[in-house]
Design a protein around this ligand. Structure first.
Ligand SMILES: Nc1ncnc2c1ncn2[C@@H]1O[C@H](COP(=O)(O)OP(=O)(O)OP(=O)(O)O)[C@@H](O)[C@H]1O
Ligand SMILES: [Mg+2]
Length: 244
């Protein structure tokens, strides 16, 4: 299987990019895939905190700056996922990053890339290394407006978009419906994650909710998302159908 690099993106802070990157990765790992998560939130990296790696000695920043092998900064979490954390890094060397990710593709089935919320040069790096993107949004107009902006930008850069994940849904009247969201962004909603206190528990325990609380509503949704992502791999098709 060829490795797929999936960027998790939103131009709005705090909507759940990092937890979604971690839990999608864990869902894929539970399906037997080899998965690496990269912290692409170069200006405000937090991925490692969510998994209890409080002071990583070596990170992506040192790998790029000191020309180290990436394995020097890859850590294995007890859930099975691998993590390449980052340290505050302004002015990332895009070519070196691309080369590192291309090399890592040999070793993984999936590479999930978390990203930052700001519309900065660093976002270009995420688009450059990602084969596909997933947008995270909440069901309100201000967040959706930034999702529209991010989607336009990705389409302009020709990166394949898998769809939208609506996070922290409370099923209240004041929230936008799936139909509203799809009509506004002109992309399919591929998953809806409910507001779930088990998510906060898992953050406190430094574990993915999908790994520790598999029966929780958020875990079930992330497992479905992992399933959809696997099934969306259309790099292979039976030649029989085109011969018919
Ligand atoms: N479905 C959910 N239910 C409950 N809490 C959630 C849910 N999704 C995210 N959270 C919480 O919201 C907070 C922000 O999530 P997260 O850090 O993943 O957002 P982010 O988009 O990565 O933020 P940033 O843009 O700052 O990087 C975290 O404390 C997380 O635990
Ligand atoms: Mg984040």
């Amino acid at each position: 299987m060829r490795c797929r690099v999936i960027g998790v993106m939103s131009f709005k802070g705090g909507v759940g990019k990092t937890v979604s990157a971690i839990n999608l990765a864990t869902g894929l790992s539970l399906k037997g895939k080899k998965v690496l998560v990269i912290d692409g939130n170069f200006l405000s990296p937090t991925l490692h905190f969510y998994l209890g790696l409080l002071r990583p000695k070596t990170t992506l920043k040192e790998v790029i700056r000191n020309n180290l092998a990436p394995e020097n900064a890859i850590y294995e979490h007890k859930s099975g996922i691998h993590l390449l954390p980052c340290n505050f890094y302004k002015g990332i060397d895009l070519n070196k990053l691309k080369k590192i990710v291309d090399e890592l593709k040999e070793k993984y089935d999936y590479i999930i890339v978390d990203s930052g919320p700001s519309y900065t040069d660093e976002i270009i790096a995420i688009l450059m290394i990602s084969d596909e993107l997933i947008f995270i949004t909440t069901a309100d107009y201000p967040t959706l407006a930034s999702t529209v902006k991010a989607a336009k930008f990705a389409k302009y850069k020709n990166v394949k978009i898998l769809g939208i994940v609506v996070n922290r849904k409370r099923n209240k009247k004041y929230e936008l419906s799936k139909k509203d969201i799809e009509a506004t962004v002109k992309l399919p909603v591929i998953c809806t994650i409910l507001e779930d206190h088990k998510m906060m528990s898992s953050v406190l325990e430094f574990v993915p909710v999908v790994w520790k609380y598999r029966r929780s509503k958020s875990a079930k949704a992330y497992l479905e998302l992992a399933d959809k992502v696997c099934k969306s791999d259309n790099s292979w098709s039976l030649i029989g159908s085109s011969l018919r």
